[in-house]
Design a protein around this ligand. Structure first.
Ligand SMILES: Cc1ncc(COP(=O)(O)O)c(C=O)c1O
Length: 385
C-alpha cells in the first residue's frame, strides 16, 4: 500500500499517515498503549524512547490530519484547549494578538483569564471586516487568531484577505477550523500558518473522545511545537488518537450528510413562523453567502436560530425528543444547545449581547440521522413554543 504524492482528499483521509503494522500486518494502526519502549542497547532504539515524546498511534493521527489539512506536520493534544494553549506558547510577554470577537467561549476564557497573566495583550474585532483586522494590528502584534465560521452565530472571515493583511505586517495567522472541519474548509490553502482543531468534534465525529490538534507548515513552528508538546506534555493518549483516526476515515461521507441535513433544516427553520432569524452560511439571506460559496465546500453542520425570548428557547430545548440537549458538536447524533447558558456562559453578558449570543438563541449541531426524523422533531417542538 503506497500513497501517491497527489492522492486526493478522500484517499488521504483513509490512508495518510497509516501503514499496516510492520510486526503483524494489521491493517489498522494498533493502539500502542505503552509508556515506554525497550532499547536494543545503550543509545540504540527504534525511534521511540518514552511515550510522552513519541507514540506510534499518535504519530499516525498527526500525519493523517496534517495531510488532510494540507500542512506539513501535526501535533495532537489532550483537548482542543490544550492545542490552543500550545500555539500560544509561540508568544512572549508583551506580544499582542488580534482575535475574532465571536470566538469560542473557552478560547476567550483562556486568553483573558490565563494568558493575560503572562502580559499577553488581546484585541477582539469583527474579523468579517478585514479593515478592522488591519486597524487592530500594532507593532507588537504577532498573531491573528481567527475562527470561521464562528460559534455560534456563524459569521465568516475571508481567509485569503485576512492572511494577506496579516502577512504584510509579519503577523502569523492561526485558524480554529473546528466548526468547518477540513472537508468543508482548508485554511492553509488560503494562506494560514497554523490550524487548530478540537478533534472532539467533526474529526472524531462519534462523541467518544476529547482531543485537539495543531497543524503547521513553517519549520520554526514545527520545531517549537514538537519541543513544547514534549516539554509541557499535554499529549493525546493512544486510545483517543486511535478513535480520532477511525473518525477521519469517514470524515468526507459524514460531512456530506451533515452539510445536506443542516442545509435542509436551515431552509425549514427559515420558513417557520415561530423562528425570527436563522444563522446558516448556506442560506442566500446570510450576509456572507457569496464568501461561503468561495471558501467552503458545503456550509457545515451547525445552525443557530433566534426564537424571540429565553422562555421560548427553553420550551423548544425541553420539547425536542430525538435531538439531545447537550454541549459539544460534530458527532453523528444531533445535539441542541443554548449557547448563552451553556457553551458561552463564561463570556460576560454584555459581551454576549454585543456578539449576537442573545438569550433566545438556540444552536443545533445537525447529525447524520434521517432528515425527516430531524425535521419532525423540530416541528413538534416548535409547535409547543
Ligand atoms: C471552535 C472550538 N474551538 C475549540 C474548542 C475547545 O475544544 P475542547 O473542548 O476539545 O478543549 C471548542 C469546544 O467546544 C470549540 O467549539
Amino acid at each position: 500500500m503506497k500513497l501517491r504524492e497527489n492522492a486526493r482528499f478522500n484517499t488521504l483521509c483513509i490512508h495518510a499517515g497509516q501503514v499496516p503494522d510492520p510486526s503483524t500486518g494489521a491493517i489498522i494502526t494498533p493502539i500502542y498503549q505503552t509508556s515506554t519502549y525497550v532499547q536494543d542497547a545503550l543509545g540504540q532504539h527504534k525511534g521511540y524512547e518514552y511515550a510522552r515524546t513519541q507514540n506510534p498511534t499518535r504519530a499516525a493521527l498527526e500525519a493523517n490530519v496534517a495531510a488532510i489539512e494540507g500542512g506539513r506536520a501535526g501535533f495532537a493534544f489532550a483537548s482542543g484547549m490544550a492545542a490552543e494553549g500550545a500555539v500560544m506558547t509561540l508568544l512572549q510577554s508583551g506580544d499582542h494578538v488580534v482575535v475574532t470577537d465571536n470566538t469560542y467561549g473557552g478560547t476567550y476564557r483562556l486568553f483573558e483569564r490565563v494568558l493575560r497573566k503572562y502580559q499577553l495583550e488581546f484585541t477582539y474585532v469583527d474579523t468579517a471586516d478585514v479593515a478592522q483586522i488591519e486597524a487592530a494590528i500594532r507593532p507588537a502584534t504577532r498573531l491573528l487568531f481567527l475562527e470561521t465560521p464562528t460559534n455560534p452565530v456563524l459569521r465568516l472571515t475571508d481567509l485569503r484577505a485576512a492572511c494577506e493583511v496579516a502577512h504584510a505586517r509579519d503577523v502569523t495567522v492561526v485558524v480554529d477550523n473546528t466548526f468547518a472541519s477540513p472537508y468543508v474548509q482548508r485554511p492553509i490553502a488560503f494562506g494560514a500558518d497554523l490550524v487548530v482543531h478540537s478533534t472532539t468534534k467533526f474529526l472524531n465525529g462519534h462523541s467518544d473522545s476529547v482531543g485537539g490538534i495543531v497543524v503547521a507548515v513553517r519549520d520554526d513552528h514545527i520545531e517549537w511545537l514538537r519541543f513544547v508538546q514534549n516539554a509541557e506534555g499535554a499529549i493525546l493518549g493512544p486510545m483517543d488518537a486511535w478513535l480520532v483516526l477511525r473518525g477521519t476515515k469517514t470524515l468526507p461521507i459524514r460531512m456530506e450528510r451533515h452539510n445536506a441535513n443542516a442545509a435542509a433544516l436551515a431552509d425549514f427553520l427559515a420558513s417557520h413562523a415561530k423562528v425570527r432569524r436563522v444563522h446558516y452560511p448556506g442560506l442566500a439571506s446570510h450576509p456572507q453567502h457569496e464568501l461561503a460559496k468561495r471558501q467552503m465546500c458545503g456550509f457545515g453542520g451547525l445552525i443557530s436560530f433566534e426564537l424571540g425570548s429565553l422562555e421560548q428557547a427553553r420550551t423548544l430545548l425541553n420539547s425536542v425528543r430525538l435531538m439531545a440537549l447537550a454541549e459539544s458538536l460534530g458527532g453523528v447524533e444531533t445535539l441542541i444547545s443554548h449557547p448563552a447558558s451553556m457553551t458561552h456562559a463564561s463570556v460576560p453578558p454584555e459581551r454576549r449581547q454585543q456578539i449576537g449570543i442573545t438569550d433566545d438563541l438556540v444552536r443545533v449541531s445537525v447529525g447524520i440521522e434521517d432528515l425527516e426524523d430531524l425535521r419532525e422533531d423540530l416541528a413538534q417542538a416548535l409547535e409547543r413554543v
